[in-house]
Design a protein around this ligand. Structure first.
Ligand code: FNR
Length: 387
């Protein structure tokens, strides 16, 4: 089928673009303001060269890693993404099933559209719940208790979203939750029969993990800006991290920090790792590319803590570069969402297969037969040449 003719993540993106109504595709694909960080997240990888070794016996390549204390087949994780049911009926379960087949860690967003208990029941692999802290603080303690009971292995606290980023594509498209049936959106939906919104077909679209407490959508469709502005607590500080770490007592990553100083504070506050991230360019436009911050963060933290490079990864070779700079692993959001939109579970599978093949091929060509042997000397910033 079409999926087998897809050669890379960029091809999957094009398939997703054809398949989805424009407002839905733009919600996945877009970033904040001028999308400078969105573009930079990926282009920064091209500014590193891979410096290969030769004749090192690459007949077998060790790629296993430990993330959030759990063994994974290779150091990639699926980043938390909200609203997944809007992209494909299969929603989070389709993504998680593909992750399990690839021996990868899956993370479920607070704003996901599948109950965390249902996800845990269907997915035996390593799983992380991504927490947003709501103004109703009781919800956070409740998340911790539910995650323990359901057997989640880790938590990721997202700290780059005190307010919603300015996603102008969503403003232009008038994207609302759930998508509103206007004449314009109806025409766009009708022109994309390969896509169907469960809400339009009678099953309820909601934020499955919070709707028992936060029924903000009950009054009718609203924008994500209004939802975040109304619900998220912007008074959060490191004290809240200490509280969460103690309450949870397991692996905890702080997602969305950028500097060595904040990374040190995260570990001092009880976190076991950090996700260096600018939310895929969807929050602070102008923030640095995560890959450019990885080496400094690793140097600040030493060997122990997980350092996950999140954002802009579109090739397996990008993962090799991030690891050589000191990352424990990388995480991807859009690459698997493009796959999901393009072909459901099979599309996610295709995205993960492509990245995995690129990763192994790059390691072989770089002469690295064990990811533990990847070193800083294997990457080098582009030489700047005199004009
Ligand atoms: C996200 N991201 C995100 N992060 C988070 O902590 N909670 C969330 O609910 C979401 N939702 C979400 C939706 C969509 C459609 C996208 C594309 C992203 C950010 C995500 O976890 C991750 O940081 C980025 O996707 C990484 O960048 P790439 O891989 O998309 O370039």
């Amino acid at each position: 089928g079409r999926l087998s003719r897809v050669n890379n993540i960029a091809d999957l993106r094009m398939l997703a673009r054809r398949r989805l109504p424009r407002p839905i595709f733009d919600y996945i694909d877009g970033g904040a303001d001028d999308e400078v960080s969105l573009a930079r997240n990926s282009s920064a990888f091209a500014d590193y060269e891979i410096v290969p070794d030769v004749l090192t016996d690459v007949s077998r390549i060790e790629t296993g890693a430990t993330l959030f204390g759990e063994a994974v087949d290779w150091p990639l994780m699926l980043a938390p993404t909200g609203l997944t049911r809007m992209f494909h009926d299969g929603a989070e379960l389709a993504v998680a099933r593909a992750a399990a087949r690839h021996g990868l860690l899956y993370s479920l967003s607070t704003l996901g559209t599948t109950r965390l208990e249902d996800l845990a029941a269907a997915f035996g692999g390593p799983k992380v719940f991504q927490i947003y802290i709501f103004k109703d603080r009781g919800l956070t303690a409740e998340f911790v208790a539910r995650c323990k009971a359901a057997g989640f292995h880790g938590l990721a606290l997202t700290v780059d979203t005190p307010v919603a980023g300015n996603r102008e594509r969503d403003r232009v498209n008038g994207l609302s939750l759930p998508p509103r049936l206007t004449l314009k959106s109806f025409l766009s939906f009708a022109a994309h029969p390969g896509w169907s919104l469960p809400a339009l077909r009678g099953s309820k679209f909601d934020f499955a993990n919070v709707s028992h407490k936060v029924d903000a959508l009950a009054g009718g469709p609203m924008s994500l800006f209004d939802y975040i502005g109304g619900q998220f607590d912007r008074s959060l500080t490191w004290k809240d991290v200490e509280w969460l770490a103690a309450e949870w007592g397991g692996p905890l990553a702080i997602k969305g920090l950028m500097t060595p100083e904040d990374a040190r504070r995260a570990i001092a506050s009880g976190a076991s790792g950090v996700m260096v991230s600018n939310h895929g360019g969807r929050q602070l436009d102008g923030a640095p590319a995560p890959v450019d911050q990885v080496a400094a963060v690793r140097d600040a933290l030493g060997d122990g803590p997980d350092v996950i490079c999140d954002g802009g990864i579109r090739r397996g070779s990008d993962v090799v570069k991030a690891l050589a700079l000191g990352a424990t692993a990388c995480s991807v959001g859009r690459p698997y969402l493009y796959g999901l939109a393009a072909g459901g579970e099979a599309g996610v599978d295709r995205a993960l297969t492509l990245l995995r093949e690129e990763f192994e091929r790059t390691l072989a060509l770089a002469g690295v037969n064990d990811i533990a042997r990847l070193e800083r000397r294997h990457v080098r910033p582009l030489l700047s040449r005199p004009a």
